[in-house]
Ligand binder design. Structure first.
Ligand code: AMP
Ligand code: GLY
Length: 424
């Protein structure tokens, strides 16, 4: 099969890398891709951006692809999957209507309530007095979320009422702005990806993401600074429980509404004393979690995504997993998650060991052909090993060889999980 992958981040580099390992995949084309993807697959420009459905359909036609994988949320929320399906293509990714599970936090809460999914209490607010009342009801720490898409940066969790109200005010000032105020969920976070075809749900291995920019979970939220899998501290039945209490009821509720969910249901959870609770849904693979999850997936990825796109997941044999552990560390540009500095030369990404691989995200080539930084999260380094400790060493060993002026990364990815005691 021939596959077209849309996007240009570390997630898409990982998708392309693992699709190419599937013997049934004869070619992968990426658009727009990035310099890392270009070293393993053909990249096509997408001048109108990843939401230009007509251009994506033209690429699918020109390359006679059998499957289109939409990586980021923007084209999904914009309904690009619908347009491609109308033109007869198999698409991995939900319809625009089903993508509202990520596109609107208020919609996601409504579906969770209807499906009886365990989650935080929440109030959708359109004015500051409503926000203040909800904050008083739930108490501190305050959780204030922009209702719309905000690239993982629309959420503020704080003990300070002033900071909470200031963030709410910024969100409400946007046209049609709404904020969701939530009760605080206390417990370690888990990302669980479920491959769905509208009815059947197939969970992948769980991972943990590190959202804050600095060590020790300090500083502002980012798109994700690192991740690891497996989770030695997680309850043994966690995946089963989340499939039963979250994924299946949600997929059933979406089907009942006439907007079946197919593609990747990304369940962001807090494992609280009262059991797993949903923090958020996303409708695409997470970045950087995907880099460690796919590194451990031993089953062919092309067959899996194609089966999800065509409603045939029930026929897929049980997924196989490598017993190895994987750790990913993101190297970010100076200034990220604010305005990143770009245009600096990156070196050292080619000299990577057997047990580590560098995946590109915000990279580009300058006129001289040098690899330069072109975004906030620049490259992601994935290490593999017999256990988390070895995977961590492989990842950080490779990180130390990558040079980028002004860059920063967390030094504590998977550190607590390598300790023998349960951590949070
Ligand atoms: P979201 O964009 O909804 O995933 O939120 C980003 C991050 O904010 C999450 O990964 C959590 O760390 C934190 N967060 C969101 N909602 C809650 C909540 N109800 N309780 C505690 N932390 C939360
Ligand atoms: N790493 C979290 C996300 O992809 O949203």
């Amino acid at each position: 099969m021939k596959v077209l992958v849309i996007g240009s981040g570390g997630r898409e580099h990982a998708l392309v890398r693992h699709l190419l390992r599937d013997p049934q995949v004869e070619a992968v084309i990426a658009a727009p891709g990035n310099p890392g993807i270009a070293s393993v697959a053909r990249c096509e420009p997408l001048p109108g951006g990843v939401t230009d459905g007509a251009a994506i359909a033209d690429l699918a036609a020109r390359h006679t692809v059998d499957l289109v994988v939409l990586g980021p949320e923007a084209p999904l929320v914009a309904g690009v999957a619908d347009l491609l399906r109308e033109r007869g293509y198999a698409v991995f990714g939900p319809s625009g209507a089903a993508a509202q599970l990520e596109g609107s936090k208020a919609f996601a809460k409504d579906v969770m309530t209807a499906a009886g999914v365990p989650t935080a209490q929440a109030r959708v607010c359109a004015t500051l007095p409503e926000v203040a009342a909800a904050m008083a009801e739930f108490g501190a720490p305050h959780v204030i979320k922009d209702d719309g898409l905000a690239a993982g940066k629309g959420v503020v969790v704080t003990d300070s009422s002033e900071a909470a109200l200031a963030h709410a005010s910024t969100c409400l000032d946007k046209p049609g702005g709404r904020v969701v105020v939530e009760g605080y969920l206390d417990g370690p976070e888990v990302s669980l990806f479920c491959v769905c075809d509208g009815t059947t749900v197939l969970p992948l291995a769980p991972a943990q993401d590190f959202k804050r920019v600095f060590d020790g979970d300090e500083g502002p939220n980012t798109g994700g600074m690192g991740a690891y899998s497996p989770l030695p501290w997680a309850p043994a039945d966690l995946v089963n429980e989340v499939v039963q209490t979250v994924a299946r009821p949600t997929v059933a509720e979406m089907a009942r509404r006439g907007t079946p969910f197919s593609g990747l249901l990304f369940i962001g959870l807090a494992v609280t004393a009262g059991g797993p609770r949903v923090i958020e849904f996303n409708v695409r693979f997470g970045d950087p979690e995907t880099l460690v999850v796919l590194e451990r997936l031993a089953s062919p990825l092309g067959g899996l995504l194609h089966a999800a796109a065509t409603g045939d997941l029930a026929d897929i044999p049980p997924l196989e997993w490598s017993p190895q552990a994987a750790v990913v560390v993101v190297i970010a540009a100076e200034g990220y998650p604010g305005t990143p500095r770009t245009g600096d030369v990156i070196t050292g990404v080619e000299e990577i060991s057997e047990s580590a691989v560098v995946l590109h995200a915000g990279t580009a080539r300058n006129e001289a052909g040098d690899l330069i930084s072109a975004g906030g999260r620049v490259v992601s380094v994935v290490g593999r090993g017999a256990d988390l400790d070895q995977a961590r060493q492989a990842a950080y060993g490779a990180v130390s060889r990558v040079a980028l002026a002004g860059s920063h990364h967390r030094t504590d990815i998977a550190a607590a999980a390598c300790e023998p005691v349960v951590q949070g």
